[in-house]
Design a protein around this ligand. Structure first.
Ligand code: FPP
Length: 246
């Protein structure tokens, strides 16, 4: 019996976020260039998306490119952007078949025009799909997102639209890039690093964290199912006692 069959379909996380890490090391281990790892990482993305759709997960958010990733060697950045363009283009049919709605969060204006255009096109084409929302965090950092929200809120206070005393968690969340999405209940990170790396810091306040030593190109839907099973074994107390939540 595989992990898939052991999952309780009534206790699924609504939103799963993933830090896809280890592409470079995976390629290096094989004596290949880092981009070979990214290309194989796309196969993992496809497989995990398929697994998430199979389970009817509502939201899947993938850390695809951080604001810090712009500092990588130019050759690698260009290659990742080109990979993004070709992948998004190729996946549109698949998204339509699987009823997946594509979404993106981050400083998207920083993306090369070709990439931005391809992304916008895929978002537009899949806009009426009613199944899973697949969000790519691109040129994303959580601090950037939080600062962006603070600036919008401050300007609303400045022009009298909002009172300082009325600022609450709901108002703050409405001004994050993830507005309208439930907070992730499960955050998965591959490659054996125990870091959050500036990802969804506000949103993961109560997320269950799952770390695996598998490098992203080796991570497949069976690993994804294993993470969900692990999540289902945990007791989520939200600051309360075990007796209260049970
Ligand atoms: C992290 O591994 C991976 C990235 C920064 C890029 C991830 C991008 C893809 C898998 C392409 C996906 C494309 C779409 C459209 C979803 P790393 O390079 O940081 O690995 P390392 O830590 O071993 O160096």
């Amino acid at each position: 019996m595989g992990y898939r069959d052991k999952i309780n379909l009534l206790k699924l996380p609504r939103h799963i976020a993933i830090i896809m890490d280890g592409n470079g090391r995976w390629a290096k281990d094989k004596g290949k260039l880092r981009i070979f790892g990214h290309h194989n990482g796309v196969l993992s993305v496809r497989d995990v998306v398929e697994g998430a759709v199979d389970l009817n997960i509502e939201y899947l958010t993938l850390y695809t490119f951080s604001t810090e990733n712009w500092n990588r060697p130019k050759l690698e950045v260009t290659a990742i952007m080109e990979l993004m363009v070709s992948t998004i283009h190729k996946e549109i049919d698949n998204f339509m078949k699987k009823n997946v709605k594509l979404n993106a969060i981050g400083d998207l204006d920083k993306l090369p025009p070709k990439c931005h255009k391809e992304l916008n096109n895929a978002i537009e084409v899949t806009a009426n799909n009613t199944g899973m929302v697949l969000t790519l965090a691109l040129s994303y950092s959580s601090r950037l997102e939080i600062l962006h929200a603070v600036k919008i809120i401050a300007s609303k206070v400045n022009n009298g639209e909002l009172n300082v005393d009325d600022i609450n968690e709901d108002i703050f969340e409405e001004n994050l890039f993830t507005n309208g999405m439930p907070n992730p209940e499960l955050l998965i990170r591959t490659s054996g690093e125990f870091r959050i790396s500036n990802y969804l810091l506000w949103q993961i306040a109560y997320a269950e964290l799952y770390f695996t030593t598998k490098l992203w190109p080796d991570f497949r839907k069976e690993d994804f199912f294993e993470a969900i099973l692990d999540f289902q074994k945990r007791e989520r107390r939200f600051g309360m006692t075990s007796e209260q939540v049970n």
